[in-house]
Ligand binder design. Structure first.
Ligand code: DSN
Length: 479
């Protein structure tokens, strides 16, 4: 056992014992979550396992300090330590990604995306209006001018990838604020290949003339050419906004370089910290010097007090990602995704786009006669944690779906390599083959109805346990 695992064991078990005396259900759930994560094949593409230093940095009294504002310019007294934390985190983010500016306050991916959208609106819509009216700030505007400006915000156009093609809710989906605050036009993928068709995207953009072109995805198993996206944005006068929440770790780990690295092409980039980047749950924004002043006003624009304990953990995670070992990890994430995809393809599983070149593999389970929901539930019974996901033009809609999205960041952190992922492919195929759909009677509650052949769940769990035991999660940690 390492010294760190020994210390963490002692700290966490003492804390959980105290919590037990206050609210035992929370202590139990916390212990049970560790046991569950240890005992299952975590294949959710957006999840990972943060390091013990990252986890422990989140649990401190930095949580208790309010610090609305920006570094050195706060609306509360006594923020000198938060200033240090935020400066260090932003410095690591800038260095890690080679960005001109980094803003580490957003609490989550959607917060980061909202900061991005509103900073672009401030830059492209608000500032020119103020200049035209000879006003310094919005406070100088008459009620009438203010009303007009507010109406203008709401009529701006955004173009992002559609949800069923792999885009994200925040890229203009009607049930999300992004779809309500903008006029929106989504781009899909080529029906034959499942890939982004840049020529069609350009043609659509020429017609729609978006203020903001959004690039990025949460379920597209391929890389994006950001140079091409930049050309399209320039051609139509759009600001290029990249949501790299999913693949930030592959950018940080220098797997995505050149035209596949959004830094240098995008005006504004938003991300989470907890997916392939393997940090605490949270968000951040990178920007060019031109957009930096607007992004820096994330609070009070759309954020309140920053979570200082989380910013501290972001700093630790960014520092970890600057180590050479993170590049090795990121390359393995991509190599393992290829091994997983090949393992599934050779066993007859259909994959959207026919494979992967990032960390995501998107299974089309229609050929098994299953919905994504049935497949997700059967896999979970067998200890394989995935999430159902739409496939392009999904006949089953966004709730039942026809797809299952899987990814390699978490199990790669545990030490899985290509051989282990080939076994994972075998286990997944075995479960899907052994699952039969049970048709839902008309009007019956929307449960995932399926049967999994006898013994398959237990056999799969036993085979998975061999892989998991050989690659322990937080080895030596006992709580
Ligand atoms: N929930 C994240 C994902 O699973 O991709 C995106 O918000």
């Amino acid at each position: 056992m390492t010294d760190l695992a020994r210390t963490a064991s002692s700290v966490y078990s003492q804390i959980l014992d105290v919590v037990e005396g206050i609210e035992p259900r929370i202590a139990d759930a916390t212990r049970a979550e560790l046991a569950d994560q240890r005992a299952s094949l975590k294949l959710i593409a957006s999840e990972n396992y943060a390091s013990l230093p990252v986890l422990m940095t989140m649990g401190t009294w930095l949580s208790d300090k309010y610090a609305e504002g920006t570094i050195g310019h706060r609306f509360y007294a006594g923020c000198q330590n938060v200033d240090t934390v935020e400066s260090v985190a932003a410095e690591h983010a800038r260095e890690l990604f080679g960005a001109e500016y980094a803003y580490v306050q957003p609490h989550s991916g959607i917060d980061a995306n909202l900061v991005a959208y509103w900073s672009i609106l401030a830059q492209r819509v608000e500032s020119p209006t103020l200049e035209r009216l000879g006003a310094k700030t919005v406070n100088d505007l008459s009620e009438e001018d203010w009303e007009q400006l507010r109406a203008t915000f709401n009529s701006q156009r955004v173009m992002g990838m559609s949800l069923d093609a792999g885009g994200h809710l925040t890229h203009g989906f009607r049930h999300n604020i992004s779809g309500k605050m903008f006029r929106q036009h989504s781009y899909g993928t080529d029906p034959a290949t499942g890939l982004i068709d840049y020529d069609k995207l350009l043609a659509d953009a020429r017609e729609f003339r978006p203020l903001i072109l959004v690039a990025g995805y949460s379920a597209y198993p391929r890389r994006v050419n950001f140079a091409r996206m930049r050309e399209i944005a320039d051609e139509v006068g759009a600001t290029l906004f990249v949501d790299m929440a999913h693949f930030a770790g592959l950018v940080a780990g220098k797997v995505f370089t050149g035209e596949e690295n959004p830094v240098g092409y995008a005006d504004v980039i938003a991300s989470t910290t907890h997916k392939s980047l393997r940090g605490p749950r949270g968000g951040f924004v990178l920007a060019t010097a031109e957009y930096a002043p607007s992004v820096d006003k994330g609070c009070p624009m759309v954020l309140g007090g920053p979570l200082s304990h989380i910013m501290a953990a972001k700093a630790v995670a960014f520092a970890e990602a600057r180590q050479a070992s993170f590049q090795t990890y990121a390359q393995k994430v991509a190599d393992n995704a290829k091994a997983l995809a090949e393992g599934l393809l050779k066993r007859g599983v259909n994959l959207v786009t026919g494979g992967t070149d990032n960390h995501i593999v998107l299974l089309d389970v229609g050929s098994f006669g299953l919905t994504g929901r049935q497949a997700e539930s059967a896999l979970l019974d067998a200890g394989i944690v995935t999430n159902r996901n739409s496939v392009p033009h999904d006949p089953n809609g966004a709730w039942y779906t026809t797809g299952v999205r899987i990814g390699t960041p978490a199990l790669t952190t545990r030490g899985f390599g290509a051989a282990e992922f080939d076994t994972v492919a075998e286990l997944i195929t075995g479960v899907l083959t052994a699952t039969a759909p049970v048709p839902t009677a008309a009007g019956a509650p929307g449960k995932a109805r399926y049967t999994l052949a006898d013994g398959v769940a237990a056999r799969t769990r036993a085979a998975a346990a061999e892989l998991l035991d050989a690659n322990p999660l937080y080895p030596g940690l006992e709580v």
